[in-house]
Design a protein around this ligand. Structure first.
Ligand code: THG
Length: 374
């Protein structure tokens, strides 16, 4: 079956390498995906072994694929605000914000973390889609005075309950006072960094935004050395942990075909704000008509450990298509197969029973579950 086929990835110039690439190969990385046109490590020991270390201890991740779009210039704030329904009027320098990016119909194009480095100086720390091109098109179309680039900036995440002693050893005691979704500009042994309390897990930790790729191996080795006595291990964003935690993956759990309200990102949309943003009228119409779909959790009733490579249709008792399974995985903590899904609003109540069909014709019963799972 094609699910068991493990391809070789050919590497050329456009398959970009992270500045941590050599270090991750030396650390024993066993698989890569491609994200923002760059190689992304996906596991070391095994997805489940890496997951357990993230849950019980502390891990370090090459997430250089979270590329930045840097926007500066007199109209930088206007452009960034125009790209997202989130209200940025109170966003302070030193603050991160999770900002869905949408198109003129309200379709989700990306869900980056925004960093405000100064007035009219922003980074959008991207999920996997080409937002630099979109930003350039909008800026040119509106005649806005901005500069838009992809800077040499590459995040390295430290995630897991044991993150704090590692962070203190690296940076000192001020790090204990850094609040969630705040960041600070620092130098670590001459390496320019932005250090943020953030990361794509619910296990706690930091993201170190390396601002000069020549120091990739040096930064990796500094974190490895500081973490050694606390048992740090290399790992990657964990599909298992992030589904348990209800963290959405762009391209999987949401696409241009979903608006933010249909994937539970409505809380980040302010339709009453003064500022204009693309898709504002479309979202107002959508809300006025009523939201017709929502993101839910599912328990998938089957023995064995499943995962999906495509969207699996969800069917009601009449056999009608009423949604799609977007990300499915076996949860070692719940000892059940779990999934994120988008379903018609009629079927969002916890304990609702539905079915899903896989590409090979397997039919599984599924039960709606609250999010997050854990
Ligand atoms: N770090 C960085 N860039 C990224 C990600 C990251 N880009 C892509 C992807 N991950 C974006 N996805 C998310 C989703 C949720 C969160 C972070 C990134 C998150 N949200 C807060 C929460 O759920 O509590 C809410 C924050 C807010 O209210 O603004 O942490 O991981 N650099």
């Amino acid at each position: 079956m094609s699910e068991n086929f493990t391809p070789t990835i050919g590497i050329v110039q456009r398959t970009r390498k992270s500045p941590y690439f050599d270090a991750t190969v030396r650390a024993g990385v066993k698989g890569f995906s491609v994200y923002n046109h760059m190689l992304m490590p996906i596991f070391y020991d095994s997805p489940q072994a890496d997951y357990w270390h993230l849950i019980n201890n502390v891990t370090m991740w090459d997430v250089a694929v979270e590329r930045q779009v840097e926007i500066t210039g007199p109209d930088a704030h206007t452009l960034v605000q125009y790209m997202t329904p989130r209200n940025l009027s109170k966003c302070k320098v030193g603050q991160c914000k999770y900002v869905p990016i949408i198109d003129e119909n309200g379709g989700v194009l990306n869900d980056p973390v925004l960093l405000k480095l100064a007035e009219n100086h922003y980074w959008l720390s991207l999920a996997d889609s080409d937002i630099l091109l979109y930003a350039k098109g909008l800026a040119n179309g509106h005649g806005w005075d901005v500069e838009i680039t992809e800077p040499d900036v590459s995040p390295l995440a430290i995630q897991g309950p044991n993150w704090l002693p590692v962070a203190q050893k690296l940076f000192g005691d001020w790090i204990t006072k850094l609040r969630f979704f705040r960041f600070k500009e620092v130098e670590l042994e001459g390496i320019p960094l932005i250090v943020a309390r953030s990361g794509w897990s619910k296990q706690g930790g930091l993201e170190l935004y390396l601002r000069d790729g020549q120091y990739g191996t040096k930064l990796w080795e500094l974190v490895e050395a500081a973490g050694a006595e606390y048992g740090i291990k290399p790992a990657t964003p964990s599909t298992i942990e992030r589904i348990e935690s209800g963290l959405l993956s762009y391209g999987n759990d949401m696409t241009i075909d979903e608006n933010p309200y249909e994937v539970n990102l409505g809380k980040y949309c302010d339709l009453d704000q003064e500022a204009d943003f693309i898709g504002k009228e479309a979202l107002k119409k959508i809300v006025a008509k009523g939201i017709t779909r929502a993101g839910v959790g599912l328990i998938i009733e089957t023995d064995g450990e499943i995962s999906n490579q495509e969207f699996w249709p969800i069917l009601n008792d009449a056999g009608e298509r009423v949604g799609k399974v977007t990300s499915a995985v076996y949860s070692p903590r719940l000892k059940k197969n779990i999934a994120l899904a988008v379903v018609d609003s009629t079927y969002t109540a916890v304990d609702t029973q539905l079915k899903t069909e896989t590409p090979t014709g397997q039919i599984y019963s599924v039960t709606v579950h609250k999010l997050p799972f854990i």
